[in-house]
Design a binder for this molecule. Structure first.
Ligand SMILES: [Zn+2]
Length: 209
């Protein structure tokens, strides 16, 4: 009996080691919204920004790591989600500014904020990517199949931190950061969300909503 037991155990070991191992949990998730047609070549906030970021991440072998995962759910933010922060007038304004011929670029604020005929859709798509990331952080079990909350990194444009309640500004059509914070509260029950905002010209601004 002892011998049979030993043999059984011995046979079991190679079987166990050949079982596929669970993938490592994601420590960092990221989402990409390139908005290739929301472009104004030569402008600091041009479409070349996103490939330059993703190329740099790939060249440092950061995107091939198992604990870093790209989230690709392709969600587009709804008007209701944007209106949780913004006044309807800004939605109408962005829609009007985006109603232009293909290849035409319109600007406001001495040209700092520009619009093409894809800008409205691209802005909602950029917010959608960030809301997906919020889901991944706040509900990792359903989104990622893991218990641990990862850190999330949105590589998104048009950018979204300068726009105020009723006005696009500073390259930003909507305020993605504020919409995401409100979404975390309304969808995931977060009580307070801290936004730490650092920018090349604005220092660090921290706000709690
Ligand atoms: Zn800025």
């Amino acid at each position: 009996m002892f011998k049979a037991y030993t043999q059984s155990t011995h046979l079991h070991i190679p079987h166990a080691t050949s079982t596929p191992t669970q993938p490592a949990p994601a420590n960092l998730i990221y989402g990409v919204s390139a908005a290739t047609r929301h472009d104004n070549p030569g402008h600091p906030e041009c479409a070349a920004r996103i490939p330059s970021i993703t190329d740099a991440l790939a060249s440092f072998n950061l995107t091939a790591r198992q604990d870093i995962q790209q989230l690709q759910r392709g969600r587009v933010a709804t008007v209701e989600e944007v209106l949780a922060i913004h006044d309807p007038v800004i939605l109408k304004g962005v829609e009007i500014m985006s109603d232009r011929p293909d290849g035409d670029v319109g600007t406001i604020e001495q040209g700092t904020t520009f619009f093409t005929n894809t800008s409205y859709d691209d802005a909602l798509r950029a917010i959608g990517v960030v809301l997906d990331l919020v889901d991944g952080v706040c509900d990792p079990l359903n989104v990622l199949g893991q218990v641990e909350s990862p850190v999330a990194f949105g590589i998104c444009r048009p950018p979204g931190h300068h726009a105020v309640v009723s006005q696009s500004m500073g390259f930003c059509l909507f305020n993605t950061a504020a919409v995401a914070a409100r979404y975390a509260q309304q969808k995931h029950g977060m009580k307070k969300v801290m936004i730490i905002d650092f920018d090349v010209h604005a220092g660090i601004i921290a706000g709690v909503v």
